[in-house]
Write a new protein. Structure first.
Length: 277
């Protein structure tokens, strides 16, 4: 019998045809595809944990999974086998040994998401399903004036959940952001628009938090609300007064950091609770 080996798997995926990262009955998910592929190689089905729970339609290039696999050989051979047998919208970048206590989600110190918005009078063709198309003009200075108000430890109760219900009063909705900024990208691959990217990094995120932030910030960037509106939303702690979430297709899980990695000397405490975008 082949002994099991605890590993870390770095992967990315195009979320357009997945019902999220976590396994669910009767629908296609990233976890199901990855576990099924590994089981076909090792003849034993693994049970994987993911660093971030991405929602239906959300993409990732920096997702991390952990779990035990039945494999004694070279891990690059295993990575190549998984990657070559995976569907085209799922890629495995690395498989490496991990300490027994390593957990992709609970060992993480910080996660970074990016959200992309296309400002254009025309609907996108090549970029369809990879960003949020917005027709109104966007002011980058207004976006960043509002975004800088989010940095630090804040209570994000107004920005949690897919709907606009108030949510449970007992849930811990405080999170600590160290990056929240917008920039205009120059690598637009089709004519007739401007591409904007929201970069946000925190010790942990609430369900749908980045999409909710993006939805509110775009209202500010298009001139519908003043930058000070963010202060009001944070202070009121009421999901019902904030706008609906931005569409999932603009969101990318960009990277996950761990305490023992180079460049992560700070050790922000993990906030327990569901991690989902």
């Amino acid at each position: 019998m082949v002994s099991e080996r605890h590993v870390r798997i770095d992967l990315g995926y195009d979320g357009r045809h997945y019902y999220g990262s976590q396994r669910q009955p009767n629908v296609r998910t990233v976890q199901e595809e990855l576990e099924r592929t590994i089981a076909g190689i090792t003849q034993q089905e693994p049970r994987l944990a993911f660093a971030g729970r991405t929602d239906r339609g959300v993409h990732a290039i920096g997702q991390v999974a952990s779990g035990s696999v039945s494999w004694t050989g070279d891990l690059e051979r295993l990575r190549h086998a998984i990657d070559s047998r995976s569907p085209e919208d799922l890629r495995v970048y690395r498989v490496s040994d991990a300490e027994d206590g390593f957990h992709a989600r609970f060992s993480a110190s910080r996660r970074e998401y990016r959200y992309r918005v296309l400002r254009s009078d025309l609907a996108p063709v090549l970029l369809r399903g990879l960003m949020w198309p917005v027709r109104k003009s966007i002011d980058l200075n207004r976006l960043n004036d509002a975004s800088k108000r989010l940095v630090g430890e804040r209570d994000f109760r107004s920005f949690t959940g897919a709907g606009q219900g108030a949510g449970s009063a007992t849930t811990n909705t405080k999170r600590s952001l160290d990056v929240a900024e917008w920039r205009r990208l120059d690598n637009l691959i089709e004519p007739g628009g401007e591409l904007y990217e929201f970069r946000v990094r925190a010790n942990a995120f609430l369900p749908h938090m980045v999409r909710n932030l993006a939805g509110a910030l775009i209202e500010i960037g298009t001139g519908e609300r003043p930058a000070e509106w963010i202060d009001e939303l944070l202070e009121r702690r009421d999901r019902t007064i904030a706008p609906p979430p931005a569409p999932p297709e603009g969101l990318i899980l960009w990277s996950v950091e761990y305490h023992d990695e180079v460049g992560t000397n700070e050790k922000p405490g993990h906030v327990a609770g569901q991690e989902q975008e």
